[in-house]
Design a protein around this ligand. Sequence first.
Ligand SMILES: Cc1ncc(COP(=O)(O)O)c(C=O)c1O
Length: 383
Amino acid sequence: MKYDFDRVIERRGADSYKWKDYGDDVLPLWVADMDFVSAEPIIQALHQRIDHRIFGYTRPTLELRAVIQERLKKVYQWEVSEEEIVFLPGVVTGLNVFYHAFSNPGDGVLVQPPVYFHFVRDPVTHGRVLDDPPLVQKEDTYEIDFAVFEKAIRDRTKVFIFCNPHNPVARVFTPKELEKVAEICLRHGVLICSDEIHCDLLYPGYQHVPIATLGPEVANQTITLMAPSKTYNLPGLHCAFAIIQNSKLRRTWQTFSSGLIPSVNIMGHVAALAAFRSGQDWLGQVLHYLEGNRNYLAQYIKEKLPTIRMTKMEATYLAWLDCRETGIPGNPFNFFLKEAKVALNDGVTFGRGGKGFVRLNFACPRKTLTEALDRMSYALEKL
Ligand SMILES: Cc1ncc(COP(=O)(O)O)c(C=O)c1O
């Protein structure tokens, strides 16, 4: 069926915190979910489950495991066995289980800022120390400086939380980059947690390679986190999974999680199965719409917001905007919220290298995006 992503759907009053946290006069382009309806097969599967009227305990079925296995094999030629898939209520839960299970308070957690705020905030909240070699801005994109990356690894550095595709700099790391990252981590005995939640949201010309597929030594030292939540816009249903091929790591993970981390809820499980089985048509259409919005945003910025620099986008619907040349006094997030009534994400929350930047979520109807950009443009004109 043909989906109409131009249709504006009222989300206020529908328990969305993206639309709730600011006043009614503010357009929210921040939290990473989409203002689009889900795929019809997912909605039908959820209806069917609700119509049964009993919501007892559930466990992810072999059917769901099999669908994930098939998908990994088909897309990445990655052979994963049933027990190597460990379900989780969310990827952020997975990140936190990872460094809790495999490091101690005072140990170093390696991250590459500017990066998703849970990477830089949560380990510190829980007594770890950040070892945070920043990604390097090069013209309109970002690169890894491998010398800086390796130098940041010290005796205390036990684990690395990797973001690929990267939020917010929108990179899809190449096999060459992945090999170098893995080689350095393996040589220093640093365990890798690869957050690949954005792996399906790629623009034409880019291909995702899970770092664990580089070879058995890398798989042995890597835990991969994936989910249908970003791909199919289901984050409120809480279904994610870790792929842990090293049985020793898997046992440690499961022991740590036991009694503490719930598995997937019944609705998340139903939605994930329907998404992986029958969500492809919707996904193709949404990717096409997002590509249109990405190009529209880039063109709008070029023509009407020329002091903002947009980072080249290889993946995700989260644009990383450099506002350091705009002349905005102080923090651009505060400026756009107060003067334009547009809520973005504050670059500072992404760690080192985030000051003077904002992140803009363009997974919304073109009309909403245009309205937000017009407001931002008008606010900048008045400066
Ligand atoms: C890199 C990354 N990891 C994890 C998440 C959130 O995952 P979850 O909702 O499954 O906890 C996000 C959401 O924006 C993200 O960008």
